[in-house]
Design a protein around this ligand. Structure first.
Ligand SMILES: [Zn+2]
Length: 339
């Protein structure tokens, strides 16, 4: 008979940690019963019956003031995480802690962050303005929509990201000669045009679109649009990405080679954020990559479609099918703000 590697005493210890975070929301005895039963289950089952698990969570994570919030997909995800966390039928302690901290938080209460991606001059009326890209979308139209979301969208936290490149950045066509040592040998760099795709080989092999110079650090083009609500630097999260010369960063969390990360994830985690809502520019590039990383990092992730504008209609559709596979929700502004 297999024994769980997590003892009841350890579970109680994790629970003490949790109690500090959300004391008022948990029915303590029921929660302990769930994890006790969970630990017991590993002695008898290789898998936990999903119905039992669902019922247990419902009992543990509801009381007079707390409504049960998990969908069946989320319940299934927790179970899958538990299943992949076992080694020879034993639940690994560090995985248990991760699951406990990420997932139970979602059961108990949600904390919502609005993430405003790259609403900067260059993407609106500057060198990489979206109305000159294939989809010909007017990026300025998102500004009043995002302002209304900031003012009336009931978000607990607002985060602003900036594309923020050094002047010698590898994504600029004008710089490609300076980066020739890392361009794949099959590419003739003299014949490259804007928006061509090249393969860069350092620091890791990556496809790179050749963009015009844009969002150079401290330039007008890198400033947030003048009519966007200004960040409150004491309260809001402000993130700068793409600061390394030799690798591009579409996602607000990681660079494209996953070599470095920004501090966005840690800042959201520290504040207890469970749900992220993505808006901004461009839908099929930085918004999409950020949303996909957010979903992989365990956040409930939503993209507010009409608070974004994109580069290319085909790649917008491709991103939407990726969202569907990752349970990333696509919402319209009107679903959150009533006129
Ligand atoms: Zn950029």
């Amino acid at each position: 008979m297999e024994h769980s590697s997590v003892s009841l005493r350890e579970i109680t210890g994790y629970f003490d940690f949790w109690r500090e975070v959300k004391q008022e929301c948990i029915n303590e005895n029921e929660l302990l019963k769930v994890f006790a039963t969970l630990a017991e289950s590993y002695k008898e089952y290789t898998t936990i019956p999903v119905e039992f698990f669902s019922q247990s969570l419902k009992v543990a994570f509801t009381n007079e003031s707390v409504k049960y919030q998990l969908t069946r997909t989320q319940e299934k995800n927790i179970l899958d995480r538990l299943a992949t966390s076992t080694v020879h039928g034993k639940l690994k302690e560090e995985n248990f802690v991760t699951i406990f901290q990420y997932w139970t938080r979602k059961c108990v209460s949600s904390l919502k962050a609005l993430i405003i991606v790259d609403v900067q001059n260059d993407f609106i009326s500057g060198s990489l303005r979206l109305d000159h890209c294939p989809a010909k979308e007017d990026a300025e139209e998102v500004v009043p929509v995002i302002n209304r979301l900031i003012d009336n969208g009931s978000f607990d936290i607002v985060a602003y990201t900036h594309d923020w490149h050094p002047a010698d950045h590898c994504s600029y066509l004008s710089n490609i000669k300076h980066h020739s040592a890392s361009v794949h040998s099959s590419v003739n760099i003299d014949k490259l045009n804007l928006f061509d795709l090249v393969t860069l080989t350092k620091p890791v092999e990556l496809k790179q679109v050749m963009w015009p110079d844009h969002c150079v650090q401290n330039s007008w083009g890198a400033e947030l649009h003048k009519d966007l609500r200004k960040p409150d630097y004491d309260k809001d999260i402000v993130v700068y990405k793409g600061q390394c010369s030799d690798v591009d960063s579409y996602s607000a969390f990681f660079d494209n080679g996953k070599c470095n990360q920004t501090d966005l994830f840690l800042k959201l985690l520290k504040r207890g954020v469970t749900d992220v809502y993505m808006v901004g520019l461009a839908f099929d590039v930085c918004v999409a990559y950020s949303a996909i990383d957010a979903a992989h990092l365990g956040f409930n992730t939503t993209v507010i479609e009409d608070a974004c504008r994109g580069v290319d209609l085909k790649s917008k559709e491709e991103m939407k099918s990726k969202f569907a596979k990752l349970d990333i929700e696509l919402l319209q502004f009107s679903a959150l703000i009533k006129n």
